[in-house]
Design a protein around this ligand. Structure first.
Ligand SMILES: [Zn+2]
Length: 502
């Protein structure tokens, strides 16, 4: 067989796996959005069966040999060539997939499917004890997985590698250690200043109207409704079943309209990324986003650098005000802008302000490290959580629903994911700095309600590349320098020192 023939066969088989991955995603989406609670066991069986088929296809020795043959015909796999990269990534995925025995993979799918249902129930009824055995099971399985991925510097690296290829917990720790005192200093300075009024944000906001304004803002961001849709779920998320079906969810709370609004901008940011992947990479190992930090760099950029900017609201506030005139007719743009940017240590990560957000991540990162090192027993997690909340943020949750049970990640088996959020914040600021250099009129355009320039820049510099480059490599290629947390701190300092007159 010629190289071209082998490549064609390989691509057909790879594509079949990604197509089934889309079906798997659809079952997962349905579980979170539509499925009746009673169907949990049946759904678990369906995901289990499908997961088995996908596992078999992805670890098939013949498929592995095909990849191996292709790799051997490309002499330098690090060469800057898309096909070399495509094969290299497929090889990386194959090697990882074949390291975990099938029965273990199946056990993990079963455990996480069950745990998600239990977590929802436990969260709703403030019952950590109900969830604890399921979390323990996931932790035990994760520790078994880690063994398959030896050698590693730290067990954490073996798990986070699936979300952030190549990123080491040591590097994350160094970044967090450098950031923490600077963030704490800013938060402390803010804490000494009077707080803006924000009671108007927490009145009763009609949910039907919230839905309308959320559709409006997602449309303004450039979300293509012919290839996407928005539904509701306990925990907002974005999911992709392929290049032409990328869906988002949101969660409405009557007395907190801005929560759903910014969450929608966030998820739309994720969806725009998936919808902007290069069509030429469809169905290949390059046609997906391999770094969750890059993903978060998109969602956080839209949510915060665009969505919480003065430029955006100078355009959007009159519209927003018209939708909710009973609460906002007497509130000035400046007061509204300050209210949505109020910095106040709070309990819930997803609702936290930009200045304190990373502290929520550092707390989870430390807990995960300690869990993997066997230094924390899952039974003691609520106490550990509350203690760290006091230490990091100075607030303590009254119950586990707003504490240790708030996030979906652990029930989904995603230990090692959280740092991607914080890294995403840093990358977003670095993109923004470069974007503002490349397109100096960006803020003027945003103030006129034109967000297309932002999307066009992201499409060209980030989205289209898919998995063509590793995350940190792409950051360097686009911005001309490695990840630099200064952009993030400069952005926070500039913005918040103005808002709080520091
Ligand atoms: Zn996100």
């Amino acid at each position: 067989m010629s190289f071209e023939e082998k490549l064609k066969t390989f691509r057909e088989r790879y594509r079949a796996i990604t197509v089934l991955g889309g079906v798997q995603g659809l079952l997962g989406w349905d579980q979170m959005v539509n499925m009746p609670h009673g169907a949990m066991a049946e759904r678990g069986a369906q995901l289990h069966a499908l997961g088995g088929i996908i596992y078999d296809m992805g670890t098939n020795p013949e498929f592995g040999q095909l990849i191996e043959n292709l790799a051997s015909e490309i002499p330098d796999l690090d060469a800057d060539d898309p096909i070399a990269r495509e094969i290299k990534l497929a090889k990386r995925q194959y090697d990882l997939a074949t390291k975990v025995p099938k029965d273990k993979m199946m056990e993990m799918i079963m455990a996480t499917t069950q745990a998600q249902g239990v977590w929802e129930k436990a969260k709703a009824s403030n019952d950590y004890a109900l969830f604890q055995p399921y979390l323990q099971k996931i932790l035990d399985l994760s520790l078994e997985f880690v063994e398959y991925f030896k050698p590693y510097d730290h067990p954490y690296d073996a798990l986070s590698n699936q979300f952030e290829p190549g990123m080491k917990s040591k590097e994350v720790k160094a970044i967090f250690d450098a950031l923490r005192p600077r963030q704490v200093e800013l938060i402390k300075a803010i804490g000494e200043r009077p707080q803006p009024k924000d009671d108007f944000l927490y009145k009763r906001y009609d949910i039907a109207m919230q839905r309308k304004i959320n559709y409006l803002v997602a449309t303004l961001q450039g979300y293509d409704w012919s290839r996407g849709r928005m539904d509701e779920s306990v925990h907002p998320f974005t999911t992709s079943f392929g290049m032409d079906d990328v869906r988002i969810t949101t969660k409405y709370i009557e007395n907190d309209a801005s929560g759903a609004f910014f969450s929608t901008m966030h998820e739309t940011g994720h969806a725009l990324y998936e919808l902007g992947l290069g069509r030429m990479y469809q169905g290949t190992s390059l046609g997906s986003v391999s770094s969750m930090a890059l993903h978060e760099s998109q969602s956080r950029l839209w949510e915060n650098l665009v969505g919480r900017s003065k430029a955006f609201w100078s355009y959007f506030y009159p519209i927003y005000q018209a939708y909710f005139s009973e609460h906002l007719s007497g509130v000035s743009l400046d007061d509204f802008y300050k209210a949505i940017n109020k910095v106040s240590p709070s309990l819930i990560r997803t609702e936290s302000d930009e200045a304190t957000y990373n502290l929520h991540i550092m707390l989870r990162f430390e807990i995960e490290l300690a869990m993997l090192e066997g230094k924390i027993n899952t039974k003691d997690l609520p106490e550990v959580w509350n203690e760290k909340m006091r230490d990091y943020l100075g607030v303590v949750p009254e119950n586990d629903t707003t504490g240790v049970l708030q996030d979906v990640h652990w029930s989904g088996g995603m230990i090692g994911y959280f740092p991607s959020y914080a890294l995403g914040n840093l990358i977003a600021s670095q993109w923004w700095h470069k974007l503002s250099q490349d397109r100096p009129n960006t803020l003027d355009e945003i103030a006129k309600g034109d967000l297309s320039g932002v999307l066009a820049w992201l499409r060209e510099n980030v989205h289209q590349h898919g998995s063509r480059y590793d995350a940190m490599d792409l950051v360097k290629r686009v911005t001309g320098e490695p990840l630099n947390p200064d952009y993030y701190m400069d952005y926070l300092n500039e913005k918040y020192r103005e808002i709080y007159s520091i």
